[in-house]
Design a protein around this ligand. Structure first.
Ligand code: THG
Length: 609
């Protein structure tokens, strides 16, 4: 199968409808399922009664579906284990794909080729709640996907996702599989937004898009299950207005009504067609289908609709962002800067360090929450402490913060295993802090593949083999070298890079560093002018190390002000201690400005310092 984006230019692609609904209508007996103990295991029908599965496929192919889904929604070892069938995960997946492929071939014509989507469900476990480890989930998906690939699937659909970590584990599996097999199939990811308006884990659609958009393995993104098209409309609209990827939508036949413990679906084919016509022709959804409760009549109507022409063109307004498991936060805000709380850092806060040493994890989380109350948009997190196991400490903190901190995290560590531990347990889109060229490419070669694997953005420091760059020209030169490598060699995009032009303290009185502030500010201007899609950041408190607290606040605030004027997007600060310029008296402001721009008159400096 070729690129989904190209296939959907002329007309929307149509998936099939519900598998369960169709199987139910066949009135299968426990014997059909292979015995009482397997009744309800739809995936085992692939073995015990393949004709029932073939009939589902044939019905939808006759209804006009372009793409049929394999009967493997739950063919992962995790789900099959509930029936004691975990050892069959690969085989059932492969056989399921083979059955679908055989049927698709039978119905394919030159004018209307039919495709098979390997269906990959969410399993029964939520990694963000600690039900299963990322690696175990990846391994389970890998087996299932390997079977689907070997059985002849043309694409994968990772669907009905409730927890973004489920998708990330599945994407990691697909990346590994495609690498091993030297192949690549289109991958559709589809999340489920519950009636309360978020995914089961509380994830808003914007956070889901922010977390998934960076994965270049994904061909389309969308929504399926839980509700009917009516309830989906706002989220569908959001995706069509913002997603750089084609948008997929596969609703239920309306909200289910529970009658005597059985779900009933009431949306008629007529009604489904009406909503989907709006989604396709007004909003630009380009891949459609039906989830629970939809039948071949529903799909026949979608097929008619697809025959009526191309999806509406979309005007996409995409903003590079980071995300927590709950919400998305842009990497540039007006007024700038994006405020990154600095205090959950063992090197930067005595209190946080002590809480970590006491292993008082809940209070570590409380410090994070305090900073959000103080106005932080994101939080820097560093748990390094000499003599302690940083991977373990990161695990303890990140697994808690993943679900209890509502703003995105910036993972601040020099250790690669620590960074990976954090990214594996973070459902949202994190920012990694940081890479540099101190040891040449070494660090980038370790960190950037992790950023790619988990979809993270990254902070890059202007440090190279000669040390921390001091002049604006050198900082700019290092930044350009990092861009060239990151984009050219490691597949990052400019908008995934956040440059930190670093400053030494101006508080030491050291002659050598008198120009540090101005060079840092001007380097920001150079980078933002030449590469407007990149972002910039500063650890602002660095500039005032060694001064008294009041002077620090004044100098930090004034420095931040000028950095923002030069184009700074983000700042790592003590959120409650940044003062608007207007709140600083004229004299303090003037003196701080003289220090930043190295215009000082020597006698006066003593007053500030
Ligand atoms: N760039 C990037 N990341 C960074 C920095 C940077 N991470 C760490 C640091 N610099 C930014 N974080 C801090 C955190 C705290 C302080 C300074 C920078 C700080 N702390 C007080 C002190 O040490 O005196 C308060 C101590 C306390 O509360 O115990 O100044 O530049 N990318």
């Amino acid at each position: 199968m070729t690129d989904l984006q190209k296939l959907t230019i002329e007309r929307p692609l149509v998936f099939d409808g519900a598998t369960g609904t169709n199987l139910q209508s066949q009135n299968l007996t426990p014997e059909d399922f292979g015995g009482e103990h397997l009744a309800g295991c739809n995936e085992y029908l692939i073995r015990s009664k393949p004709s029932a599965v073939e009939r589902v496929h044939a019905d939808y192919l006759m209804a006009g579906a372009d793409i049929i889904e394999t009967d493997t929604f739950g063919s992962s070892s995790i789900v099959l284990a509930e029936y004691g069938l975990e050892s069959l995960a690969y085989d059932l997946s492969k056989e399921g794909a083979a059955i679908a492929k055989k049927m698709a071939r039978e119905f394919s014509t030159k004018e209307k080729p039919r495709y098979v989507a390997g269906s990959i469900g969410p399993t029964t476990k939520l990694p963000s709640l600690g039900h299963i480890s990322f690696d175990a989930m990846r391994d389970s998906y890998f087996q299932q996907m390997a079977g689907l690939l070997d059985g002849g699937a043309d694409l994968f659909i990772i669907e009905t996702c409730q927890d973004l970590l489920q998708i990330k584990a599945a994407l990691a599996a697909a990346q590994d599989l495609f690498r091993d097999e030297r192949t690549r199939l289109p991958v559709i990811t589809s999340v489920t937004i519950e009636t309360m308006g978020t995914m089961l884990m509380g994830t808003e659609i914007a956070a889901a898009l922010t977390a998934l958009e960076p994965f270049d393995i994904i061909s389309a993104i969308g929504l399926n299950c839980a509700t009917g098209p009516k309830e989906m409309e706002e989220n569908v609209r959001y995706l069509t207005q913002t997603s750089p990827l084609p948008v997929f939508c596969m609703p239920n036949a309306g909200l289910p009504e529970n009658i005597g413990g059985v779900a009933h679906y009431h949306l008629t084919p007529d009604e489904l067609e009406r909503y989907m016509t709006h989604f396709v022709q007004d909003l630009g959804v380009s891949i459609i289908g039906g989830c629970c409760g939809t039948t071949n009549e529903h799909i026949a109507r979608l097929s008619d609709l697809a025959g009526r022409g191309r999806p509406a063109p979309r005007a996409i307004d995409w903003t590079p962002s980071a995300a927590s498991i709950y919400s998305s936060v842009p990497m540039h805000v007006e007024p700038a800067p994006v405020i990154i709380g600095e205090r959950c850092n063992t090197n930067g806060s005595k209190k946080f360090r002590e809480l970590l040493l006491q292993e008082d994890w809940d209070s570590c989380v409380s410090m994070a929450k305090e900073q959000i109350k103080e106005g932080a948009h994101m939080l820097d997190l560093c748990v390094a402490y000499v003599g302690r196991d940083e991977v373990r400490d990161m695990h303890e903190v990140i697994t808690r913060m993943n679900t209890s901190v509502t703003v995105p995290l910036v993972i601040d560590s020099t250790e690669y295993p620590v960074i990976e531990e954090a990214l594996k347990h973070y459902a949202g889109r994190a920012i990694v802090n940081s890479i540099n060229l101190e040891d040449g490419e070494e660090r980038m070669a370790h960190v950037l593949p992790l950023c790619k694997k988990y979809g993270a953005a990254v902070i890059a420091l202007t440090i190279d083999e000669d040390g921390m760059a001091k002049t604006r020209e050198k900082k700019f030169e290092v930044a350009e070298r990092i861009i060239e490598l990151s984009v050219g060699k490691y597949g990052m995009r400019e908008e995934d890079l956040i440059f930190d032009t670093l400053t030494f303290t101006l508080g030491s009185g050291d002659e050598e560093f008198r120009k540090a502030g101005i060079e840092t500010v001007e380097a920001i201007r150079l980078i933002k002018t030449a590469h407007p899609r990149t972002k910039t950041i500063l650890g602002v408190s660095n500039i005032s190390f060694g001064l008294n607290p009041h002077s620090r606040h004044v100098l930090n605030s004034v420095f931040l002000h000028f950095a923002i004027e030069a184009g700074l997007d983000m700042a790592i600060v003590h959120a409650s201690k940044i003062m608007p310029l207007a709140k600083i008296d004229d004299r303090g402001r003037e003196l701080a400005k003289q220090i930043v721009f190295d215009e000082r008159v020597f006698e006066e400096v003593a007053v500030v310092a």
